[in-house]
Design a protein around this ligand. Structure first.
Ligand code: AMP
Ligand code: MG
Length: 349
């Protein structure tokens, strides 16, 4: 399959790109598109064949449901059988934006889209390209992240091309994304909302609107704590090719241990990558040393994390050591992804 790559230029030419992309979706094809979180791999959410194609293009297990993207709030009524008051309040506060809500699905949504579940995950993104694309596509776009299953989600179209060239019909290149981590997912089907996947919208922000919100125990503890309620969270995820270990502890001890490990690795012929905060970068040794940003700048850390993991893949790095980050606010989302990328391999020093 020949994959068209069309670059957004913020001129009137964009309208034609969006129109073509919308037509492809309506005919049952697949289009990767930018959102504020990561790039999505879109198909018609109401067409079971399109959803099957998405799973095939990603190599994704078919029990791992897709998120349905909408562009207008009223459109939700066609795909959910209930839109409870608490969910409406979250929509008022955070939509359009990086929040996905799990709700009971209506019969309009095929089981292929929801991985066989009776619930559907819904999001209204804020990115203007995403919104106009969803509208052109008929209003309901099923989209997981536009990476091959298991790899870090793409934060720029370059990485979408790397994974999806020849596998899908079109890629809309909208430059680098703004947030860099996938949306927050909250399950709204029970009495108390449950955070299933942390993101830019933090647990604290949800609690501020709704009061009590629980968090799935597997978010930081991993599958040892039980079966995650978001099926996708049980898979190895976001993983670079190199073996990643997180080193956690006091700043100086961490730097010292990471350097020891890096030297040992290099002596054995490994190519060693280091993920550190800006403050510590001058003190590290390794083959490829990368800064995620200042320790207290979680927005920057979130934005750079996947890019760094992808860069290590490009550089054929075989061993990676990363600092740990704080787990409050957006730090919870960062550590959740980093722990998964590391297969929960953490050294406490
Ligand atoms: P991705 O967009 O690639 O991050 O994949 C979507 C994520 O949403 C996966 O982790 C899914 O398991 C999760 N998800 C989608 N639909 C549901 C649902 N109905 N219930 C729980 N989790 C869901
Ligand atoms: Mg994904």
């Amino acid at each position: 399959m020949n994959t068209i790559v069309s670059r957004i230029t913020h001129t009137t030419e964009d309208e034609e790109i969006i129109k073509i992309a919308g037509e492809i979706i309506k005919k049952g094809g697949l289009v990767a598109f930018p959102t504020e979180t990561v790039y999505g791999l879109g198909g018609d959410a109401l067409n079971p064949d399109s959803s099957r194609k998405i799973y095939a293009a990603k190599g994704r297990p078919s029990d791992n449901p897709l998120i349905v993207h909408i562009c207008k709030l009223e459109d939700i009524n066609r795909i959910v059988s209930d839109f409870p008051d608490k969910a409406k309040r979250l929509a008022d506060e955070f939509w359009p934006g990086p929040l996905t809500m799990v709700l009971p699905k209506s019969n309009t949504v095929p089981k292929e889209t929801t991985g066989g579940l009776d619930t559907v995950a819904v999001r209204m993104p804020v990115d203007p390209i995403a919104l106009s694309f969803i509208e052109a596509a008929g209003g309901y776009v099923a989209a997981p992240s536009a990476n091959l299953s298991g790899k870090p989600s793409p934060t720029s179209s370059r990485y979408v091309e790397e994974d999806m060239n020849g596998r899908i019909d079109m890629i809309i290149d909208g430059g680098d994304v703004e947030i860099g981590l996938e949306s927050t997912i909250v399950d709204m089907t029970g009495e108390t909302p449950v955070l299933l996947r942390p993101g830019r919208i933090t647990l604290e922000m949800l609690q501020e609107v709704l009061g009590k919100v629980d968090a799935d125990k597997t978010i930081l503890a991993g599958n040892a704590a039980g079966r995650p309620k978001a099926p996708g969270m049980k898979y190895k995820h976001y993983a670079p090719k190199g073996e990643l270990t997180i080193v956690s502890g006091e700043r100086e001890a961490v730097v010292e241990r990471m350097n020891e490990l890096a030297k040992q690795g290099m002596l054995k012929g490994e190519k060693v990558g280091i993920i550190g905060t800006e403050e510590n970068i001058p003190f590290y040794c390794g083959d490829s040393i990368k800064s995620v940003g200042k320790r207290d700048d979680e927005v920057s850390i979130a934005k750079r994390l996947y890019r760094i993991l992808r860069e290590f893949d490009d550089e054929n790095v075989t061993l990676i050591y990363s600092e740990a980050f704080s787990t409050g606010g957006m730090g919870q989302a960062i550590m959740n992804r980093l722990l998964k990328a590391a297969g929960h391999q953490v050294l406490h020093v």
